[in-house]
Design a protein around this ligand. Structure first.
Ligand code: S3P
Length: 344
């Protein structure tokens, strides 16, 4: 009923979106709302915004700020970027944009030399930002407004937004209920703890591919690596992922940290369900696996170097394998589950 207002995705904040992953997927242009999307309503450009834009322009994105606000406000934000040392060669702005009118979304793409297929819109309002992006045919992210205390005319809009979002979530939930959730991530990223909590909350069944493999072979992972070698184990992983894809519905599936390394597995996982990457820093992994003896790849005297090396090599692979990612460092399990619920 409200589909024209549905965003393509929801993110906790403009700062949490996995821009590296989107770039890898071919996106080149980013259109941003400013007020309550990048900074509080009317606020100047701050350090976080400048840092983000520095990162995005370095990655190779073209950016256009698209605001319904007046020129002096938009210009002030833009000048703030310049003052912070951001190279604005590839950053444009449009003020008084009259969103949801399509005209200025199109102009933004023209300024960036991008098209509907490789441009993303990021904003905090459904009836202006997201609706306009949908009308133009651009993929959009809805982000939580930075400041929760808003002007009275916005408060009413927010109430209506909640109604739309209720239906949006119901629709997505209906689809998801017939599917699966796949958790990927490095060893020690919390896949099994988070997976069990998520499955319990949703009434899904939890399954762990490492456990399935151990059961199938009647051996521990350590024993499989020691007697039959890593390649043999990797073949078992692919076999298991194939079986799961055809057999399971309404499961939370956590796969071994190395499973997404094969392109074939990445494809299969995407077909199995929504793939979520649980991101962890090397420090967290090392803390959690300090005394672990069950991961053959980390049984080395230079464990720290092994973790850093593997994690660096694997991070882009995990990112490209996932539909979205959640950072798990220092977050309690229930918070990670909420972040996942927000993203699916
Ligand atoms: C591996 C991760 C392990 C297990 C095996 C190899 C890897 O699973 O499959 O030791 O290559 O990262 P967890 O990620 O569940 O620890």
């Amino acid at each position: 009923m409200f589909k024209m207002f549905y965003p393509a995705g929801i993110a906790g904040s403009s700062y949490d979106i996995d821009y590296e992953d989107l770039f890898e997927k071919g996106y080149r242009g980013l259109i941003y709302d400013i007020d309550n999307t990048l900074v509080e309503h009317g606020a100047d450009c701050n350090e976080a915004a400048a840092k983000l834009f520095l990162r995005l322009t370095k990655l190779g994105y073209k950016i256009c700020l698209l605001s319904n606000n007046k020129e002096p406000r938009v210009r002030r934000f833009y000048d703030g970027l310049i003052e912070a040392g951001v190279d604005v060669t590839n950053i444009n702005y449009i003020y008084d944009a009259k969103k949801p009118s399509r005209k200025n979304y199109r102009r933004a793409m023209k300024l960036m030399s991008t098209d509907r297929k490789n441009t993303i819109f990021i904003g905090d309002q459904l009836f202006t930002d997201v609706y306009g992006a949908n009308r133009t045919g651009i993929r959009s992210f809805l982000v939580r407004p930075i400041n929760k205390r808003e002007e009275i005319q916005i408060v009413l809009k927010r109430y209506l937004e909640r109604v739309v979002l209720h239906f949006y979530k119901q629709d997505r939930w209906k689809k998801l209920k017939q599917s699966n959730v796949v958790l990927i991530g490095f060893m020690g990223s919390g896949k099994s703890t988070v997976g069990k909590a998520l499955a319990k909350k949703w009434g899904f069944t939890y399954v762990d591919t490492d456990a399935l493999i151990e059961e199938m072979e009647g051996m521990t992972i350590n024993e499989i690596f020691a007697t039959k070698g890593e390649e043999y184990f990797r073949d078992l992983e692919t076999e298991t992922v194939k079986k799961i894809k055809n057999k399971y519905k309404r499961h939370v599936i956590s796969v071994g940290g190395g499973t997404p390394l094969r392109a074939e597995n990445r494809k299969l996982l995407k077909k199995t369900g929504v793939v979520i990457y649980l991101k962890t820093s090397p420090e967290t992994v090392l803390k959690r696996l300090k005394y672990d003896k069950t991961r053959p790849l980390l049984q080395r005297p230079d464990k720290e170097a092994a973790v850093r090396e593997l994690l660096e090599k694997r991070t882009p692979i995990y990112q490209s394998a996932a539909n979205f990612s959640v950072s798990t460092d220092d977050l309690p399990v229930d918070k990670i589950v909420s972040e996942i619920e927000l993203g699916v």
